[in-house]
Ligand binder design. Structure first.
Ligand SMILES: NC(=O)c1ccc[n+]([C@@H]2O[C@H](COP(=O)([O-])OP(=O)(O)OC[C@H]3O[C@@H](n4cnc5c(N)ncnc54)[C@H](O)[C@@H]3O)[C@@H](O)[C@H]2O)c1
Length: 267
């Protein structure tokens, strides 16, 4: 496959592409020749990336079912096709008090002192839990459903969902995040098998800790995380974009697979 031409003439939609992994993925797919529609809930961020790609924006919240349908339908009516969807938009658990309590508990344990309760789940609100699941699980469901309605007609297409190492391991600091990513892995495997006979490939990438603005709320936890990463460093967004490119362009015998890129993280 000639580099730079693999996706010539194809149309991709990347959600959450105004920052971090989504922006890197959008750039990478565009380098492969795709016309990339840039989604983000933040209009300015989406516009900046679309400008770099000489592309267009689709500003909407992925947890809005009707807005997702409309954006996909609009893309197909404008360009006549949708070949690639990357369900990337996501949010991190932003609970600094939990990180503080976790660090205090770890320090106490290391000093042989009584470990205080961390109260991660018992202090999680309905709103925090809902927002996490709406963004990740519903967002991924709405995106796959809208895209598959077209891809099934075309009997072609590739969908890549963003999982995490927390799609197969637990997260003491973020049970709601782990729940969301486990759900995305489950949907990827299920739908991947369903549409495989049509030649549509639904797969996921499960990154470890990647240096993007996503990690900003976890600033205090960075040394603890780094100590557990066998590669000895955080990943780069471009490294995950390469895995997405592989799943979109080259992984022609991968259906419903969840591919880790974790720096060796032991879940
Ligand atoms: N960075 C990491 O360490 C890491 C690791 C594993 C998985 N991931 C996953 O990768 C994805 C991207 O993470 P990132 O590191 O690039 O984060 P990021 O914060 O840099 O970017 C996420 C983007 O998604 C957008 N977004 C958030 N909610 C949205 C919504 N409801 N609708 C549309 N856009 C929305 C944000 O505005 C932002 O531009 C997420 O799904 C995340 O869970 C990240």
């Amino acid at each position: 496959m000639v580099n730079g031409a693999a996706l010539d003439g194809q149309v991709a939609l990347v959600t959450g592409a105004g920052s971090g992994l989504g922006a890197a993925i959008a750039h990478d797919l565009a380098q492969q020749g795709a016309h990339v529609v840039v989604n983000d809930v933040r209009a300015d961020a989406a516009a900046a990336v679309a400008k770099e790609l000489a592309s267009e924006v689709a500003v909407f919240d992925v947890s809005d079912s009707a807005a997702f349908d409309a954006a996909v339908d609009n893309t197909v009516s404008q360009h006549g096709r949708l070949d690639v969807l990357v369900n990337n938009a996501g949010i991190v658990m932003d609970r600094p008090e939990v990180i503080e309590r976790l660090i205090a508990a770890q320090v106490a344990a290391m000093n042989g002192e009584e470990v205080p309760p961390v109260r991660v789940l018992s202090s999680l609100t309905d709103e925090q839990f809902d927002r996490m699941l709406k963004t990740h699980v519903y967002g991924t469901f709405y995106g796959m459903r809208a895209a598959l309605r077209h891809m099934e007609e075309a009997r072609a297409g590739a969908i890549v969902n963003l999982c995490s190492v927390y799609a197969y391991g637990g997260s003491v600091a973020g049970p709601e995040y782990a729940a969301a990513k486990h759900a995305i892995a489950g949907m990827t495997k299920s739908v991947g098998a369903e549409v495989a006979p049509l030649g549509i490939r639904v797969n996921a990438v499960a990154p470890g800790f990647i240096d993007t603005p996503f990690l900003d709320p976890l600033l205090d936890a960075r040394p603890f995380l780094l100590a557990r990463i066998p590669a000895g460093r955080f990943g780069r967004a471009e490294e995950i974009a390469k895995v997405v490119r592989y799943l979109v362009c080259d992984a022609t015998y991968s259906f419903g697979e969840v591919v880790p890129a974790s720096g060796g993280w032991l879940a």
